[in-house]
Ligand binder design. Structure first.
Ligand SMILES: [Zn+2]
Length: 87
């Protein structure tokens, strides 16, 4: 499996309590899974929040489309403001 953060190789490093295989990146040492039970834990979905916010999509639409909660999406608002200021 490739790392979600740096695309380096990950190695198996045990299982989560729910039985899902857990991986650890050899380069950045971050733990991750191949498939997530909770959508809010999936970094690829979290990376979509800021681009969606900067393209005038509201929080209710983002939570509906990505299947995440408001409390997962709302901390991205300050990063969205920075992106809009740099435009
Ligand atoms: Zn990595």
């Amino acid at each position: 499996m490739k790392c979600q953060y740096c695309s380096e190789l990950c190695v198996k490093i045990g299982r989560q309590r729910n039985g899902t295989q857990k991986f650890r990146c050899k380069a950045c040492k971050k733990y991750q899974q191949e498939n997530y039970l909770y959508a809010g834990c999936d970094q690829s979905k979290r990376n979509l929040i800021v681009p969606m916010l900067t393209n005038n999509m509201g929080f209710s639409g983002i939570t509906e489309v990505l299947g995440i909660s408001y409390s997962t999406a709302s901390p991205a608002a300050p990063r969205c403001a920075v992106v809009l200021l740099l435009r």
